[in-house]
Each structure stands twice: as structure tokens, then as C-alpha cells.
Design a protein around this ligand. Structure first.
Ligand SMILES: N[C@@H](CCC(=O)N[C@@H](CS)C(=O)NCC(=O)O)C(=O)O
Length: 214
């Protein structure tokens, strides 16, 4: 049965899942939930995702949410190619790299946070933009420091992309959405270039998705 991915062109978390599905060559149908128009609060979707966020993956009638949980689920149901290394220390490192974006940097720039900055503190569009640029750059700076400590060959953990590469590239996409110059982050930049040479990454880019708008 084809999986259904509830996502949105601009969603970083949905990007991660699209790459994971493509690397594993798992067919899926993407259903748009326009989170910029508030469709995540529609009753039908709210029933599917109690957090009112994308992505949600539906497989065999079972709903899975949180992009990390989804990527790990995909690795469990179809282990090859592996997105998480088998070695426990490497596995922890892959998860840690992924979480820099998933748990620390990306949550600071999602729509509900941007909105609340205005509601709670009266931040205008320029202030919110500046906030997002700051945290997008902080995420990249952390990745640059981490990648500089261990050779990238050619991907973050070795010869094949893992959840770490997916999340690092996702962080670069966030920076791209806020027109950040990524040249101060050469390790991140060259890793991203290598990833985008792969169709799984290139085809999952937000700007390539149905519904993309400037
Ligand atoms: N940690 C979650 C993040 C989910 C999330 O915040 N998704 C964003 C899009 S990338 C969203 O749907 N935001 C809606 C909102 O903030 O109102 C994951 O990795 O799946």
C-alpha cells in the first residue's frame, strides 16, 4: 500500500521525510497541508496530527509523526540503504548531528514561534526575520564546528548519507529561505553540494514541490 505523506512545500521536517523516502525508493503520495494558511488546524488534519504540525506519514492505516520518528520507522521497515548506522557510537553521533537541527535550531523558526513573537512581544516582520536569520546561522555555525572536528568522507558519517546529512541539508535550506550567505560555513556548504548531487535530495527541495510559491 502506498504511503501518504502529509506535508507542505516549505516544511523542513517534511523535506527530511521526502529525502528519507526517496533514498529508500519507497513510493508515496504527498498531501498538502498549507501551514501558512492555518490548514494544520482543520478538524480532519487535527484528528490525524494532535500537534497540528506536518509531517505525518500514514502507512498501512498507522499514523507516524515527528520527522525523526518517521525516518527511524522507515529504517526499521526497510533497513537498506541504512539511514542510521548499526554501530552504537556512530548511531548516537548520527542522531546527535540530526538533533542539532531537529531539536535545537529548526524549532525556533517554525510558523507558530514566528507568530507568537508578534503576539507576545509585538515583534514586526523585520524583527521576526532577524530572529529567524540569527537562529538559522547559529545552527549552521554549530554544524560547521562539528564537521570540522571529524573528516567528512564524503558524507557526515562516511560513504553514504544518513539522517545526519538529511538534517544538515535541511538546516541549509532554512538558511536559504532567509537568504543567508553560507560561505562562512565551507564544510557545511561542500557537504550540501555533494548531497544535492543525489536525486533523492535534489528532488525533495522545497522549491521543487507542488505548491511552491515565492
Ligand atoms: N519536530 C517536528 C517539527 C514539526 C513542525 O514544527 N513542523 C512545522 C513545519 S516544518 C509545522 O508544521 N509548523 C506549523 C506551525 O508552526 O504552526 C518534526 O521534526 O516533525
Amino acid at each position: 500500500m502506498t504511503m501518504q505523506l502529509y506535508g507542505f512545500w516549505r516544511s523542513n521536517a517534511a523535506f527530511r521525510v521526502r529525502v528519507a523516502l526517496a533514498l529508500k525508493k519507497l513510493p508515496f503520495e504527498e498531501i498538502e497541508v498549507d501551514i501558512l494558511s492555518g490548514r494544520q488546524f482543520d478538524a480532519e488534519y487535527a484528528e490525524l496530527n494532535a500537534e497540528h504540525v506536518v509531517p505525518t506519514l500514514v502507512h498501512e492505516g498507522h499514523r507516524i509523526f515527528q520527522s525523526m520518528a518517521i525516518m527511524e520507522y522507515l529504517d526499521d521497515i526497510q533497513p537498506e540503504p541504512r539511514l542510521l548506522p548499526v554501530d552504537t557510537k556512530e548511531r548516537a553521533y548520527a542522531r546527535a548531528l540530526a538533533l542539532v537541527s531537529v531539536a535545537d535550531a529548526h524549532p525556533l523558526v517554525v510558523p507558530r514561534i514566528r507568530k507568537q513573537l508578534g503576539v507576545a512581544f509585538g515583534a514586526d516582520a523585520a524583527a521576526i526575520e532577524s530572529w529567524c536569520r540569527h537562529w538559522a546561522a547559529e545552527g549552521l555555525a554549530t554544524y560547521e564546528r562539528l564537521l570540522s572536528r571529524r573528516p567528512v568522507a564524503p558524507f557526515a558519517l562516511g560513504g553514504a548519507p544518513t539522517i545526519a546529512d538529511i538534517c544538515i541539508v535541511g538546516q541549509v535550506i532554512t538558511a536559504e529561505l532567509y537568504q543567508l550567505d553560507i560561505t562562512p560555513f565551507p564544510m557545511v556548504s561542500s557537504l550540501t553540494k555533494r548531497c544535492f548531487e543525489l536525486r533523492a535530495f535534489a528532488d525533495a527541495h522545497p522549491f521543487k514541490q507542488a505548491g511552491y510559491r515565492t
